[in-house]
Ligand binder design. Structure first.
Ligand code: 5AD
Ligand code: SF4
Length: 439
């Protein structure tokens, strides 16, 4: 094993994993290592994995397995993320060439584990910690200079029957309001204009720490006061915990974007019960209508799973009709994937892959039509855009997003990156609005 000077991290999965990657990159850079973009140049390779669906796991296993077959590699290889927690030391049987397995709640220990691997030349599994307060978020190495992710709560206590997250990321642990406020203040001082508060269920924030007397909406009111912070977003929410206070905060706080991820998962009461979602379609719709009444401009996003065990054609139609009726701004649609260790594994995965794919395609087509109509409705309107970067596809064009997460491109110069601009929309292409800055 050679001296470790350079590292490469490959990230799979969700925004929390991306943030964990930034935190680990920061720790390694502090230690004096250089990050490289080509894995062949790296002395240390980290695979920050995802277990949410089988495909995500297979991708990472395939990639790491192929590295093992390359005989000339003497790099240190570590597996982090949800697959580390799901498989723990059993990963050493499947991938004998890897050096360490580090759990999602152990990332603060990365440098110690690396030291131990280098000193002992043995395989190390560390997957049982829970030290949220020790994670060095302030040291995170972020590539984006305009938008930043900020973790506010880790883990999940909801136990939806299909989901591995409560097992891989453990129970809900809220970060202290002081620590979050300190990080967001520092980010805004460093020029960041938009933050996305992250958690598997941000709406549970503060429920595990009654001593701080700070629930999610309380935190939002405090963050909104930070000078220079233009936009606050959050990901993701469980509908059951979306409170009237939160809806009011979305209406009243200038920096809080009126785009809320509100995952339905299914439009059938029976399937929702089987998923242990704790609401039925009527209760969900009631909340949607209440939200639209409190703040008519709110735009909702959703996640849907198709082909959950025993889902009939009629039950899928209920989901399809709900998506048609609610008219989400963004929809993420997934084919059910049985996960080891979850309650749903006891039910046979009885919906064929073909049927799942047909259901997925119908939802995607429907959402495409809805999104197209929404883009068409925006023609000749003026929207606020946070300028994020130079468009990679079009010359002399900048790219940004509206408050409701729509992509916009428009002519402009790079000095505008990081500013808010008013853009008049004159046309649109497949996923993007096209406009011109107005003064
Ligand atoms: N199969 C398919 N999709 C899943 N999701 C979570 N677990 C599974 C699974 N086993 C989806 C849910 C969740 C999103 C992040 O991933 O829709 O909201
Ligand atoms: Fe998984 Fe349900 Fe928790 Fe979301 S709320 S992370 S779907 S268990």
């Amino acid at each position: 094993m050679k001296n470790v000077k350079t590292f490469f991290i490959k990230t799979y999965g969700c925004q929390m994993n991306e943030l964990d990657t930034d935190v680990m990159a920061g720790m390694l850079k502090n230690r004096g290592l250089f990050q490289v973009a080509d894995e062949n140049d790296a002395d240390l390779l980290i695979f920050n994995t995802c277990s949410i669906r089988d495909l995500a796991e297979r991708k990472a296993m395939g990639k790491i397995g192929r590295l093992g077959r390359m005989k000339n590699r003497d790099a240190v290889i570590g597996v982090t993320g949800c697959m580390a927690n799901a498989k723990k030391e059993s990963l050493f049987n499947k991938l004998p060439h890897i050096d360490f397995v580090l759990g999602t709640n152990n990332i603060h220990d990365l440098n110690n584990v690396l030291d131990d691997v280098l000193a002992t030349k043995t395989q190390i599994n560390r997957t049982d910690g829970r030290f949220e307060h020790e994670i060095d978020y302030l040291g995170a190495s972020r590539e984006d200079k305009v938008k930043a992710h900020v973790s506010i709560i880790r883990g999940c206590d909801k136990f939806c029957t299909y989901c591995v997250v409560p097992y891989t990321r453990g129970p809900e642990v809220s970060r202290s309001p002081q620590s979050i406020l300190e990080e967001v203040k520092q980010l805004t001082q460093n020029g960041y204009k938009e933050i996305t508060l992250l958690g598997q269920n941000v709406n549970s924030y503060g429920k595990d720490t009654p001593e701080t007397n700070c629930l999610f909406h309380d935190l939002l009111y405090q963050l909104d006061k930070i000078p220079g912070l233009e936009r606050i977003r959050f990901m993701t929410s469980h509908p059951i915990d979306i409170s009237t206070e939160l809806m009011t905060a979305v209406r009243d706080l200038p920096s809080l974007c009126e785009f809320v991820h509100f995952p339905l998962q299914s439009g059938s009461a029976r399937i929702l019960r089987k998923m242990h979602r704790m609401y039925n379609p009527e209760q969900y719709m009631e909340k949607v209508l209440q939200f639209k009444e409190i703040h008519p401009a709110v735009v909702l996003g959703t996640d849907i799973i198709v082909g959950f065990p025993t889902e009939t054609d009629e039950e899928f139609e209920m989901t399809f009709n709900a998506v048609k009726e609610i008219r989400y701004g963004v929809g993420f649609f997934f084919a059910y994937s049985p996960r080891k260790g979850t309650p749903a594994i006891r039910w046979q995965d009885d919906i064929s892959e073909e049927v799942k794919q047909v259901r997925l395609q119908r939802l995607s087509k429907l959402q495409d039509e809805i999104s197209k109509e929404q883009r068409s409705d925006m023609l000749d309107t003026t929207v606020e855009v946070l300028v994020e970067k130079i468009s990679i596809k079009e010359d002399h064009m900048l790219k940004g997003r509206t408050r409701c997460w729509k992509n916009v491109i428009f002519p402009g110069t790079p000095d505008l990156i990081g500013t808010l601009q008013r853009v008049r929309i004159h046309s649109y292409s497949h996923q993007t609005l096209i406009g011109k800055i107005v003064n």
